[in-house]
Design a protein around this ligand. Structure first.
Ligand SMILES: *Cc1c(COP(=O)(O)O)cnc(C)c1O
Length: 426
């Protein structure tokens, strides 16, 4: 077995150490040495194998091509950032003027550019604030407006967000009490009216963003709930997906501007769902309430990083996001791309064909809505090698076939997809 220090002296590994750090390089060498011990590698090949096994980055997170047909996939990091947002985040990665005014040389308000961009995108909001995620926005609002008091909420809106996390548990963790009103399927204005009183901190309306109730149903809209606001009870709306304005393709999905115009006092939303930006929690609405949230000690624990502020601002000011592009992709163009790819693969002897597919928004947005799409249908056995290849490609398996859906893939990546499938089809 070649000694570790001898292998590490290989010039390629010395160079890699400068880029990736000693731990990453040593791990690659140790892995190659294990293969020698198991008899799967010749001792003189250890350095070559270690070089081949070096990861592209010092972090283990890999860039993945999402061909699941789920545009905002929580397990795949939700919204992919636009090139503009990525560049802004890279530029902010070093020293940056996040809390500093370069003109005066004095301290400045943290993230003022992102706040200005958000306020400009939603003129109906008197003020805005940004925290770590939507869950953090809800915790902050619940703490500020209702700790030790009651949050009035419909039984039809006690939502589990995912991975076992539930909005009611989150709210109660702040010391607020829930005052549940109505039933699972129907809640009326009278239910809310009967529940509000001196103990009420606020009324919360939560968008059922990952499920649909059908049949004998009824819920109370913001316009009606705003009558409670006139009685002095703040009305807070958790809209979920972060649409700032109406999206014609998703008529059932609430947006911040319309919700505020309908009379909500505060709106909370995620930054990395349909808004298409970095993980963040948006708080928009009445100036006095936003200011109380911003001033609360908890706000410091929930504040966002400079990378997030940079990416969020660029998302808000920049060109259409990848999520928006995917949402608006033309089905005919998707079909043409699937057919061109399938023809090239079939020409190379791969058992591939283009098929119609149905994509979804996913990630807690527009439940039940399907978007016409196109996919390459491949033998199911290619799923694992494609997933573990470079770049990893994640599709979905349906009725014994691997479907690679093109709706969430920018056209510029078709060549990469082709090479990856050819690479595992040998
Ligand atoms: C996704 C979602 C949340 C949680 O948002 P995070 O940004 O993941 O914390 C809360 N409420 C609703 C309605 C959601 O859809």
């Amino acid at each position: 077995m070649p000694r570790t220090d001898v292998v590490l002296a290989d010039p390629r590994l010395v160079a890699a150490e400068g880029r990736l750090g000693r731990t990453v390089v040593k791990d690659a060498v140790a892995q190659a040495q294990r293969r020698v011990r198991q008899g799967g590698l010749d001792p003189e090949e250890v350095a070559d194998a270690a070089v081949a096994a070096l990861p592209p980055y010092a972090a283990s997170l890999r860039a993945v091509i999402n061909m699941t047909g789920v545009l905002v996939h929580t397990n795949l990091g939700r919204a992919p950032l636009s090139a503009a947002a990525t560049e802004a985040a890279v530029a902010a990665a070093g020293f940056t003027d996040v809390e500093f005014d370069l003109d005066t040389g004095a301290r400045a308000r943290r993230g003022r550019g992102a706040m200005e961009a958000l306020a400009r995108a939603v003129p109906a909001a008197e003020d805005v604030h940004v925290v770590n995620n939507n869950a953090a926005a809800l915790v902050l609002v619940a703490t500020v407006l209702a700790a030790g008091r009651e949050i009035v909420i419909s039984r039809g809106e006690l939502v589990e967000i995912g991975d076992g996390f539930r909005i009611p548990d989150l709210l109660v963790s702040t010391g607020a009490r829930l005052r549940e009103v109505g039933t699972t399927n129907r809640t009326s204005y009278a239910d809310y009216l009967a529940a509000v009183g001196p103990e009420t901190g606020f009324v919360l309306k939560v968008h059922p963003s990952n499920f649909r109730v059908e049949g004998f149903t009824g819920s109370v809209g913001i316009v009606e709930l705003a009558r409670l606001s006139a009685l002095g009870v703040p009305v807070v709306a958790d809209i979920g997906s972060g649409l700032l304005a109406r999206e014609p393709l998703l008529p059932g999905e609430p947006d911040a501007a319309s919700t505020l115009k309908a009379g909500a006092d505060l709106v909370t939303a995620s930054g990395d769902k349909l808004l298409g930006g970095p993980q963040a929690g948006l708080l928009l609405g009445r100036r006095d309430l936003v200011e109380r949230c911003r001033r609360h000690p908890l706000a410091r624990a929930l504040r966002v990083d400079k990378l997030t502020l940079a990416a969020l601002e660029a998302t808000l000011r920049g060109p259409a996001t990848p999520v928006l592009e995917a949402l608006h992709a033309d089905p005919g163009t998707l079909r043409d791309r699937a057919e061109a790819l399938a023809a090239k693969l079939a020409g190379a002897g791969v058992e591939a064909r283009a098929v119609a597919s149905e994509a979804t928004v996913g990630g807690g947005g527009a439940p039940g809505v399907t978007l016409p799409s196109a996919a390459i249908s491949l033998p199911e056995r290619l799923a694992a090698p494609l997933r573990t290849g470079a770049p990893p490609i994640v599709g979905r398996v349906e009725r014994g076939r691997l479907l690679l859906d093109l709706r969430s893939v920018p056209a510029g990546l078709d060549g990469d997809v082709l090479r990856a499938v050819l690479g595992v089809s040998g």
